[in-house]
Design a binder for this molecule. Structure first.
Ligand SMILES: [Zn+2]
Length: 304
């Protein structure tokens, strides 16, 4: 049973938005691709694990224990133990030399996911001790990409490859979870989740430099155009969307990139590329936000 769903992180949403609205520097583009591919991999894993047994699933947790932040892709609470899964969407051939992981193609060293897993595992154990939870932790790196291969993978290492997942999940499938068992523990763990990661990166950008318009919810590119009175269509992929939904999505995006700026109908009208007119934007804002101030000073805040 999934108790905490996975959603796109603020960091990923920021990079995706900026990718549509400006030309990212090489390093930023790389980071954007890395985050997108990581998220895609995690969704593949979610599809696998969702039908695996009756354990309690908590996705995408960020904890601070003893002053150290650590992120966990997925926790699976079973009656006798807690599984910690670190998901990797790596691609291509790799080999291990001593503790180093090397990509065969580029001959470059990549981060060793086992070291990352061990760190998380040990911090999670410490956290469970603080909660006086006696359950042991079993941790694995799960590789989801069938185009990944690792030479010299040591036997009995805590790794699960795509070809092994079916067999592994049979173990989880046989788990019967008495109703209510460990729900208190799951609640406690959920309450420890913090939203903001100190590792989040954010490229440099200024409002004036960003391309204005509405980003398509389907293909992620800029280019929603008016189709009818209340419908827009993407010029890139043809996806249609109600005007109101497009505007509300754009307001969310604006608030993510510019939390310090006020939301006014003129501002959102400009942000949406002066599509339609500012009165139609004003109507949508009035219906969905709380109005603050009067006449020229009017701006909108989230409904509490
Ligand atoms: Zn599109």
């Amino acid at each position: 049973m999934i108790l905490k769903e996975r959603t796109e992180s603020a960091e990923l949403r920021t990079y995706k938005s900026l990718n549509a609205r400006m030309d990212l520097a090489r390093a930023d583009q790389k980071q954007c691709d890395y985050l997108e591919s990581g998220y895609e991999g995690e969704k593949i894993f979610d599809g696998w694990v969702e039908h695996a047994g009756e354990g309690l699933i908590l996705n995408d947790l960020l904890f601070v224990t003893g002053g150290s932040h650590y992120q966990m892709d997925s926790l699976y609470i079973a009656p006798q133990k807690i599984y910690l899964f670190e998901v990797k969407n790596m691609y291509g051939d790799h080999y291990i030399e001593k503790e180093e992981w090397i990509s065969c193609g580029a001959k470059t060293e990549v981060k060793n996911p086992i070291l990352q897993l061990k760190r998380c595992e040990s911090l999670l154990r410490r956290q469970l001790q603080i909660l006086r939870c006696p359950l042991p932790v079993e941790a694995y790196v799960v590789f989801v990409n069938p185009h990944f291969h690792l030479y010299h993978a040591p036997l009995h290492s805590p790794m699960i490859f795509p070809s092994q997942w079916d067999r592994f999940s049979q173990r989880l499938k046989s788990i019967r979870m008495p109703q209510g068992l460990h729900s208190e523990l799951a609640e406690k763990l959920l309450s420890l989740h913090v939203e903001k990661s100190p590792y989040e990166r954010r490229p440099d950008f200024r409002y004036e430099e960003l391309r204005k318009g509405i980003v398509c919810g389907g293909c992620g590119r800029l280019g929603m155009d008016a189709l009818s009175r209340d419908q827009l269509v993407c010029v890139n992929c043809g996806q249609k969307e109600r005007f109101k939904n497009s505007v509300l999505r754009s307001v969310e995006e604006f608030r993510l990139l510019f939390p310090e700026k006020k939301i006014t109908s003129e501002q959102i009208h400009e942000w949406c590329g002066n599509i339609k007119n500012s009165r139609s934007i004003q109507k949508i804002l009035k219906e969905n936000f709380v109005r603050v101030g009067r006449s020229r000073g009017t701006n909108y805040e989230e409904k509490k």
